[in-house]
Design a protein around this ligand. Structure first.
Ligand code: OSB
Ligand code: MG
Length: 368
């Protein structure tokens, strides 16, 4: 496939409700979208980097720089046999996985359209209805959190993830378990603790969580392995896993029992499939994490979640939980059983709503 044209767009989308983690509160997303044209076919990708370098070092602005000055010039006007060849070309650039993923993923969308098959099928997916969970941020009060959980349980979501941090953890989990003794529950700390908190973290074992996600350092594996030896609750790694090699090492040293795969964090489908395959070979279940994506990134998450190792409910949920109007049609909807149907139509399976995208665009650059 020859890439003729790449457009990068920065859109601003207000969230219907703020989202708060141990590293801060987000009220409006600033998202870089990538639109690639190859052999006359258009594909879309989304940069999943945040507004601030708190989840990882990447931001939408660093992605803009890396796309404009490196990834796009390296991609344009060249013949790429497959999207994985382009991913390979990006290897000399250290990190910046979210910027890389946006272009690579758009190529998978293009190829799927050219072959007339769904993106999910094209990347090797076989699940046609994916199980969904929700990620609920830190709220202004525990009562508000309990109300939100009730609403999501009533909507049918199969598991509830809550964000925790020191001061908003054991007390909160206790209240949740009192009101919801048997829901599938997990907690995500986004690296808010250290091994010095070991006695405190061990208290989590009382709540029969499905897992605790990334309790320790954002790049750590060693301390997570020490913690996992002391804790019954399975540890799931998010931030620390950037590649299949990272996954292998984490599994080998016992740093986790579950891995969350995010397309952006690992650098696109080629790497995501490698992480998935390593986990599968070691019988480590995986699930698809979310980054408060617009419909484009959400559609890609749905395609990835169709891979056979994605056996646990992910953080891929309905558009309406995030946006008053999503930028794709149809919007992503979730059944009362807490599932999303994987589209069977060619490509992404959702159509970018160009007028809404245009309305939300604050910056745009085209490369030919
Ligand atoms: O750690 O999974 C995370 C959002 C932004 C950054 C990091 C994370 C999250 C979420 C939200 O948990 C998941 C979603 O609903 O998209
Ligand atoms: Mg996480």
């Amino acid at each position: 496939m020859k890439i003729e044209r790449i457009e990068i767009l920065e859109i601003h989308l207000p969230l219907v409700h703020f989202f708060e983690t141990s590293f801060g509160r987000t009220t409006e997303r600033r998202i870089v979208l990538v639109r690639v044209v190859s052999d006359g076919v258009t594909g879309w990708g989304e940069v999943t980097a945040g507004e601030e370098p708190f989840y990882s070092h990447e931001t939408y602005e660093t992605a803009w720089h890396i796309l404009r000055d490196f990834l796009i010039p390296w991609s344009l006007r060249k013949e790429w046999p497959t999207p994985s060849d382009l991913a390979q070309r990006f290897h000399p650039i250290r990190g910046h996985n979210m910027a890389k993923a946006a272009i690579e993923n758009a190529l998978w969308d293009i190829e799927a359209q050219q072959k007339g098959i769904s993106l999910a099928r094209h990347v090797g997916g076989s699940i046609d209805e994916i199980p969904c969970g929700v990620s609920i941020g830190i709220q202004n009060s525990i009562e508000e959190l309990l109300d939100k959980i009730q609403r999501e349980v009533d909507a049918g979501y199969q598991r509830i993830k809550v964000k925790i941090k020191p001061g908003w953890d054991v007390n909160v989990l206790e209240r949740i378990r009192n009101q919801f003794p048997s829901i599938a529950l997990m907690a995500d700390a986004n690296s808010a603790y250290t091994l010095a908190d070991l006695p405190h973290l061990k208290l989590f074992d009382r709540f029969f969580l499905m897992m605790v996600e990334q309790p320790l350092g954002w790049e750590d594996m060693i301390d997570h392995a020490k913690l996992q030896r002391e804790m019954a609750t399975p540890i799931c790694l998010d931030e620390s896993i950037h590649s299949a090699d990272d996954a292998r090492k984490a599994i080998e040293i016992g740093a986790c029992k579950i891995i969350n795969i995010k397309l952006g964090r690992v650098g696109g489908y080629t790497s995501a499939r490698d992480v998935h395959d390593v986990c599968r070979a070691h019988k480590i279940p995986v699930w698809c994490g979310g980054m408060l994506e617009s419909g484009i990134g959400r559609a890609h998450n749905i395609a990835m979640s169709s891979l056979p190792g994605f056996t646990l409910p992910g953080d891929v949920s309905a558009s309406r939980r995030y946006w008053r109007e999503d930028i794709i049609t149809p919007e992503v909807t979730v059944s009362t059983q807490g599932t999303i149907r994987v589209p069977q139509t060619p490509g992404l399976g959702f159509t970018p709503h160009l007028a809404r995208i245009e309305k939300a665009t604050v910056r745009k650059e085209t490369f030919e």
